[in-house]
Design a protein around this ligand. Structure first.
Ligand code: AP5
Ligand code: MG
Length: 190
């Protein structure tokens, strides 16, 4: 499978649909949020730095994230395709990803954008707070994450559009339908 960049607001389903895509196409999955949460759990220096940003709903510095992304990418088996979940989140990260892949003679692939209304996003994240207790799933931090998404990440959709990579899927109330639409598109790429 080609590389896939899964893109969307907090709670839009990047992690959920990535898991389904991995099951169907057997590819690698990099969730930068999961990488950082594992570092926090392990109590590393990186984890200590990350915690300050994540608990406050802010993005970590681009330079740090770009290094983490490249190291994680190179640790995966080559040639199977990778889903990038939560990266890139800024134009600088997108340019760095493009350069990193070009240096390895790998293609950027496609961008899958998930559009979900904010009321649904908030309800999902508050529900996950009860089920999983993720530290940044409280209403105050969620609101900051939405604001950061609108200010710093959403403008990237145009960047992908210009690259000819943008494919948008809009939430109409059915997970099966959304997943079916995404699979129907990805099946055409195999
Ligand atoms: P990250 O972990 O990426 O969080 P996020 O972008 O806020 O997104 P979420 O993981 O909360 O949501 P999701 O889109 O994966 O949705 P999910 O499938 O879980 O990043 C966390 C933090 O790390 C950032 O704030 C930042 O500080 C830092 N960071 C990470 N990457 C960075 C980067 N590149 N640069 C700088 N900083 C970075 O779904 C949400 C919930 O909804 C789940 O419980 C799911 O089960 C439920 N759900 C219910 N119905 C549905 C449905 N129909 N479809 C999908 N999910 C559903
Ligand atoms: Mg996620």
């Amino acid at each position: 499978m080609k590389n896939i960049i899964i893109f969307g607001a907090p709670g839009s389903g990047k992690g959920t649909y990535s898991d389904e895509i991995v099951k169907r196409y057997g590819m690698g999955h990099i969730s930068t949020g999961d990488v950082l949460r594992a570092q926090i759990k392990a109590g590393t220096e990186l984890g200590k730095t990350a915690k300050g940003y994540i608990d406050n709903g802010q993005l970590l510095p681009d330079s740090l994230m770009i290094d983490i992304l490249a190291d994680t990418y190179d640790s995966l088996p080559a040639g199977q395709g990778v889903i990038f979940d939560g990266f890139p989140r800024t134009i600088a990260q997108a340019e760095a990803l493009k350069k990193m892949l070009a240096e390895r003679n790998h293609d950027m692939g496609v961008m899958v954008e998930l559009i979900v209304d904010e009321e649904t996003l908030l309800a999902r994240l508050l529900n996950r707070a009860i089920e999983q207790g993720r530290a940044d799933d409280n209403e105050e931090t969620i609101k900051k994450r939405f604001a950061v998404y609108h200010a710093q990440t959403e403008p990237l959709a145009d960047w992908f559009e210009k690259e000819g990579m943008r494919h948008t899927f809009t939430w109409y109330g059915s997970k099966e339908q959304m997943l079916g639409d995404i699979f129907a598109f990805l099946d055409t790429l195999k």
